[in-house]
Design a binder for this molecule. Structure first.
Ligand SMILES: Nc1ncnc2c1ncn2[C@@H]1O[C@H](COP(=O)(O)OP(=O)(O)OP(=O)(O)O)[C@@H](O)[C@H]1O
Ligand SMILES: C=C(C)CCOP(=O)(O)O
Length: 256
């Protein structure tokens, strides 16, 4: 049986994130991704996608990251609805290519405490993957025991699910070729001790989960427990899936 893969499709890839509130979904990109994934249908896969312009603008508008009370509670519905609509299209596009994809919404089965996932059952994901089903999760608003509710990014889901489900290969496809240094060159390998030497910022667009900075911080936590991961440009998806060099960044444990 080939190694299980977690693939995160960045919101910057599948939506037009720069158009902010417009919520434009890049359907042609989704179709290309679905065609690429179909060629690797024998690989057990769990897919996660970001929100891009279908969730970040709503999360910002309702100040979800500052905590949710009765005053802004309608932001839970608005944010979840926006990213769920994106999720539905992702799943529909995959299924149209013959991929047995099923939506799994974090809001419905996960709880956070202080912004970090703290309560969840993952048995259903194991069972789906064993049946050759591709669960499709997404960054979402989830209820939070301390903050009322919070945003859990697709990158946080990558970290938690990679660890808890014992996934062997972890790939994050985004709109840049990898982590870039000050010269614009791709940092091919990143370890925690060198991370402070690189200027890592948020996203150029509306983003409540920290953009590249949030991504690297989650992936370094994964590296701390011995799990490697890869960031690459979406145009190199086939290379990642086939195990070839994708030209991006590998986040590695310290001694590796
Ligand atoms: N040093 C850096 N190298 C590369 N990108 C960087 C760097 N610093 C900041 N960025 C920004 O990070 C962005 C990628 O992070 P972002 O969170 O927007 O991607 P995503 O995961 O595709 O989107 P989403 O969070 O909506 O799923 C790039 O488009 C770039 O603007
Ligand atoms: C804003 C929402 C709903 C999810 C954010 O997830 P991300 O796009 O992976 O950072």
């Amino acid at each position: 049986m080939p190694d299980r893969i977690i693939l995160k499709l960045g919101g910057s890839v599948i939506t037009d994130k720069e158009r902010g509130d417009a919520g434009v979904i890049r359907e042609s990109v989704l179709q290309e991704v679905a065609r690429a994934l179909k060629e690797y249908a024998d690989i057990p896969l769990l897919l996660i996608h970001g929100a891009g312009s279908c969730g970040h603008p709503q999360a910002r508008q309702y100040h979800i990251q500052s905590g949710v009370s009765r005053e802004n509670r309608e932001g839970i519905y608005a944010t979840h609805q926006a990213v769920s609509a994106l999720n539905e299209l992702v799943v529909r596009t995959l299924r149209a290519e013959g991929i047995e994809a099923v939506s799994v919404h974090p809001l419905e089965g996960m709880v956070a405490s202080g912004g970090e996932l703290s309560g969840y059952c993952l048995t259903h994901l194991h069972l789906m993957i064993d049946l050759g089903i591709v669960p499709v999760l997404h960054g979402d608003v989830v209820m939070d025991t301390e903050k009322g509710a919070c945003i859990v990014s697709g990158d946080q889901l990558v970290r938690v699910l990679a660890q808890k489900l014992g996934m062997k290969r972890i790939g994050l496809a985004t709109d840049v070729p990898g982590l870039l240094d000050a010269d614009g060159s791709v940092v091919r390998e990143l370890r925690r001790t060198m991370a402070h030497t690189i200027r890592i910022e948020g996203s150029g667009s509306v983003d409540v989960t920290g953009g590249m900075q949030g991504k690297i911080s989650e992936l370094l936590r994964l590296a701390d427990i011995g799990i490697e991961s890869d960031i690459f440009h979406i145009s190199r998806l086939q290379d990642f899936l086939s195990g070839a060099d994708h030209g991006g960044t590998r986040i590695l444990p310290e001694g590796a």
